[in-house]
Write a protein that binds this ligand. Structure first.
Ligand code: C2E
Ligand code: MG
Ligand code: MG
Length: 432
């Protein structure tokens, strides 16, 4: 599909590679590639024809999102730009975003959809949360000028992929990686919004893949969940994180350690025994360990998790509801079970000052947490204005890029020196 000849007029994209002086044959010329993914073949055709009129692009149309993603992840299609429908059978636009993020897609995306404004906005926010580059959206049927202007305004920064043809790792590789010490943790500070004191850190897993480099949990946590590897992953992370906490403790830095546990972990009846044994072996006080459970994990209705959580509390571990505001049935869980901490999902924290809908959910979540006597954590505090907004809502603890990015353990001390000076010189506006 599409024009494949070299045009003498400059096209709106920067070429990804300088044309070879040895072989300037048109077929080898690196034309910018655009993939159109829409289950409606008519729309694929219309957009294809429109783009063919705009300049020289290598175009590929897909009416099957699963096949499109397979081609992209296998490196068989290497788009600089993907024009993506949101509502598709098999794999919808949201899943497509997550999968693209998982393979480190660096190109751009244009949303094409006839969906409602709120759904489109949700799609845009989701793409942003994955760090994907969204150029904008076009309606259905597509508008030529809009699409042309979007494409003209766009310049790819670099090659579309960090590494050519990066594929999704397999479950077998993950199992191997877990057992061979390839899972490491970075630590993100949680600070007191009143005093600026460092209260604790959250351990965030990273997979140091021997060939593919560092892989984030957005890719492998899901893989672990769906292949029965999560228990091994959690055990691994607990060991590392609590070991690090004990090391900091010995160095005179007594802080809390937060560890993410999955719904499957708290469905294992012997999980409390396991965590207790790790804490004992490493000499860590359970009251200084916070187990973060995501809201979606709590949605499951089962007795075992309640029993497990109750036992963890009896052993004095602290429990936190993570990503609050993102799920649906948590309110019932909060009624049935008491948690120590509530973490408002970053989706509602970052930019709350400019988005009334987010602000409403943030405020309501803060009210719930406070009324139930929970410690309130704002995560995703990225800017000074996020910090002020969270502070004014009465959040106790802040976590986010404004305070610190997740750090290797060895960098925490240096970060703390810098943070303390930001607090002392008044840059950080503490709550009164
Ligand atoms: P989470 O527990 O909600 O962790 C916070 C995530 O937000 C982290 O992403 C962190 O890097 C990111 N973050 C923190 N501050 C900011 C900010 O200001 N702006 C933005 N845009 N992002 C911020 P990360 O490390 O990619 O982890 C993603 C999720 O993966 C975690 O979300 C958690 O649910 C899961 N996860 C991480 N480690 C583990 C683990 O050891 N076990 C399990 N089961 N899940 C894990
Ligand atoms: Mg967490
Ligand atoms: Mg969270």
């Amino acid at each position: 599909m599409g024009a494949r000849s070299v045009s003498p007029t400059p096209h709106p994209f920067q070429p990804r590679l300088a044309p070879s002086t040895m072989d300037a044959s048109p077929d080898k010329s690196p034309l910018p590639t655009i993939c159109i993914v829409d289950d409606d073949a008519f729309i694929v055709n219309v957009i294809t024809l429109m783009i063919a009129r705009m300049g020289d692009f290598a175009l590929r149309g897909f009416t099957d999102a699963v096949a499109a993603f397979a081609a992209i992840s296998a490196g068989e299609a290497r788009p600089d730009l993907i024009i993506l429908d949101i509502n598709m059978p098999g794999m919808d636009g949201m899943t497509f975003f997550r999968n693209l993020a998982g393979i480190g897609y660096r190109g751009a995306i244009v949303l094409s959809s006839g969906e409602s404004e709120s759904l489109l906005r949700a799609g845009e926010q989701l793409a942003a949360s994955y760090g994907l580059r969204l150029l904008g959206r076009i309606p259905k049927p597509p508008a030529f000028e809009l699409l042309r202007d979007m494409i003209r305004a766009y310049r790819p920064e670099a090659a579309a992929f960090e590494r050519p043809a990066r594929r999704l790792p397999s479950a077998a590789e993950l199992a191997h990686g877990i057992d061979h010490g390839e899972i490491d943790c970075v630590y993100q500070p949680k600070v007191d919004m009143r005093t600026g004191a460092l209260l604790g850190v959250e351990a965030l897993a990273r997979w140091n893949h021997p060939d593919d480099g560092v892989i984030g949990p957005a890719v492998f946590a899901q893989l672990a969940e769906s292949h029965g590897l999560i228990t091994r992953l959690t055990h691994n992370v607990l060991d590392r994180a609590l070991g690090q906490q004990a090391r900091w403790q010995r160095e005179g830095l007594g802080i809390k350690m937060s560890v993410n546990v999955s719904a499957q972990d708290i469905s294992e009846i012997d999980f409390p025994e396991y965590v207790t044994a790790v804490a004992e072996r490493l000499g860590v006080d359970p009251a200084s360990v916070v187990l973060e459970i995501t809201e979606s994990g709590l949605a499951r209705d089962a007795r075992i998790p309640i029993e497990v959580m109750a036992r963890l509390r009896m052993r004095r571990f602290h429990l936190s509801v993570d990503d609050f505001g993102n799920g649906y049935s948590t309110l019932l869980k909060l009624r049935d079970f008491s948690f120590d901490e509530l973490k408002v999902d970053q989706a509602f924290v970052h930019g709350a000052g400019d988005n009334e809908r987010h602000a409403v959910i943030f405020r309501a979540s803060a009210d719930i947490g406070r009324s139930l006597g929970m410690s309130l954590v704002a995560e995703g505090v990225e800017t000074a204005s996020d910090w002020r907004f969270a502070r004014d809502l009465g959040c106790d603890i802040a976590q986010g890029f404004y305070v610190a990015r997740p750090l290797p353990a060895a960098d925490l001390a240096a970060w703390l020196v810098g943070w303390r000076s930001r607090v002392e010189n008044g840059e950080i506006e503490l709550a009164h």
